[in-house]
Structure formats: structure tokens, C-alpha cells
Write a protein of this length. Structure first.
Length: 111
């Protein structure tokens, strides 16, 4: 009985531990920074709410040196290229998308 109880407690403890220590997302990092800033300013109530809203809706900081800009990331490049290719059809669209994605965005394409 004692061994069974120990096994159950161990199983419960393992069930509540995270299996992967995944890195924080950009939004989670931003939330942490905004929380620290609000705490440093000792904001409470509506002032804190207004500060958090403006802080979280502010554009992200510029990427670190050597890090690609947001538009250079494949996910954003696809959307930017797709937007830039409006009105194109067939082979013209396919060729443009191929060149645009290789350049990692329409702003990086040779003119």
C-alpha cells in the first residue's frame, strides 16, 4: 500500500512538470519587459492597464546586429511577396514569387 501511494504521488508530480523547456515567444518576452517596466514605475489600476496596452501594442524593437529583419524571415517574406504580386497570373506570378522568396522579400529584389 505504501509503495502504491508513493508511485501515485510520483506520477502526479511528473504529470504537472513541463516536458519541454521551450523558448519564450516574442510576445511573451515583450509581456515580461512591459510588466517589469510597469512594476518599476509602481503603476496600479487604470494607469497600469493603459501603460500595458500601449507598451504591448508598440512595435517590436529593432533586431540585434546580424539578426535578419522581420521582412527577411520566410513567413513574412511570403506575405510580402504575395501582396506585391497582386494582379499577376500564371507563369508571371510563379516566376515573380520564386524570385521574390529567394530574395527574402520584395524589398530585397534586384530592380
Amino acid at each position: 500500500m505504501n509503495k502504491l501511494m508513493t508511485a501515485l504521488i510520483m506520477a502526479a508530480a511528473l504529470a504537472f512538470t513541463p516536458f519541454s523547456a521551450s523558448a519564450k515567444t516574442e510576445q511573451q518576452t515583450k509581456m515580461g519587459a512591459c510588466n517589469k517596466d510597469a512594476a518599476a514605475k509602481s503603476l496600479k489600476g487604470e494607469e497600469r492597464k493603459a501603460f500595458m496596452k500601449s507598451c504591448l501594442s508598440a512595435p517590436a524593437a529593432a533586431p540585434a546586429k546580424g539578426e535578419p529583419a522581420a521582412a527577411a524571415k520566410p513567413k513574412n517574406a511570403m506575405g510580402a511577396c504575395s501582396t506585391a504580386s497582386k494582379g499577376m497570373k500564371g507563369a508571371e506570378h510563379k516566376k515573380f514569387m520564386s524570385e521574390c522568396l529567394k530574395a527574402k522579400g520584395p524589398e530585397n529584389m534586384k530592380k
